[in-house]
Ligand binder design. Structure first.
Ligand SMILES: C[S@@+](CC[C@H](N)C(=O)[O-])C[C@H]1O[C@@H](n2cnc3c(N)ncnc32)[C@H](O)[C@@H]1O
Length: 236
């Protein structure tokens, strides 16, 4: 897995000494634990390299987004995607990993320790509740999410965390056009503005994905995010 990650990082132009080895060890821990708990449906090592690690690594090339020294919250992180690979490749990121499933968060804490990323905060919480709290609301330079919810719902879970001037990065497929259209009202209601959609290729995988970049231009109004049942029943 290490050689494949190494080749992919080179193709992406990412120079992170020790990064491929650390990601390969992360992959080993992930696949080992996946035998006893559900962390990933992707189990072939080459696919783990491509569809987890290189997919996340590609974000470091997102136009106009700088990660160095930034605070980033990964909402619905699951087994740590995209936040932990980003942090491994850019160690100055101040990372918070948040998920509503306690077992996954406990494993993430162990994985971070094993990978030497002890200062990563692993939070067992629901995004829509955590984003109401001081120290989390309107606070992060960046929020990111992959495979958590349709964009119109996802924006309500993620944008409230972002400070004015920061960005929400939504990892989507290239056919997310309809989703994007539906999310327009929600984005502006929550203090955001669609900044850019950026398509990228995962090297070696022949797969293209899209990063939807939303800029936070004003504080999220009081009353948002709403409870999850309400978000689902009546998307903005
Ligand atoms: C399909 S997994 C994706 C995990 C990871 N982002 C990835 O791309 O592999 C979705 C994750 O989002 C979490 N999740 C869903 N709704 C959430 C919420 N409201 N707050 C926090 N986590 C949530 C789930 O527990 C699950 O781990």
């Amino acid at each position: 897995m290490k050689e494949r990650i190494e080749r992919g990082l080179t193709a992406l132009g990412i120079d992170a000494p020790g990064g491929a080895a650390a990601l390969a060890e992360y992959g080993r821990l992930l696949l080992e634990q996946n035998q006893v708990m559900n962390l990933t449906a992707i189990t072939a090592p080459d696919q783990v390299a491509d569809l987890h690690f290189l997919d996340c690594a590609a974000l470091l090339n997102a136009p106009g987004i700088s990660f160095a020294g930034k605070s980033l919250i990964d909402v619905g992180t699951g087994a740590g995607f995209p936040g932990l690979p980003l942090r491994i490749l850019e160690p100055t990121i101040r990372l918070t990993l948040l998920d509503s499933l306690g077992k996954r968060v406990s494993w993430l804490e162990q994985a971070c320790t094993a990978l030497g990323a002890q200062d990563v905060k692993c939070l067992h919480a629901r995004a829509e509740e955590q984003a109401l709290l001081p120290g989390f609301r309107d606070c992060f330079d960046l929020a990111a999410a992959r495979a958590v919810a349709p964009l119109a719902l996802l924006c309500e879970l993620c944008l409230p965390f972002v400070a004015v001037g920061g960005f929400f990065l939504a990892m989507k497929s290239v056919d997310c056009g309809a989703e994007l259209e539906q999310a327009g009202r929600c984005v502006s209601r929550l203090g955001g503005r669609l900044h850019k959609s950026w398509d990228y290729e995962i090297p070696g995988a022949g797969v293209a994905h899209r990063l939807v970049i939303v800029e936070k231009i004003s504080s999220t109004p009081k009353g948002y995010p709403r409870r999850w049942a309400k978000i689902q029943k009546a998307p903005l």
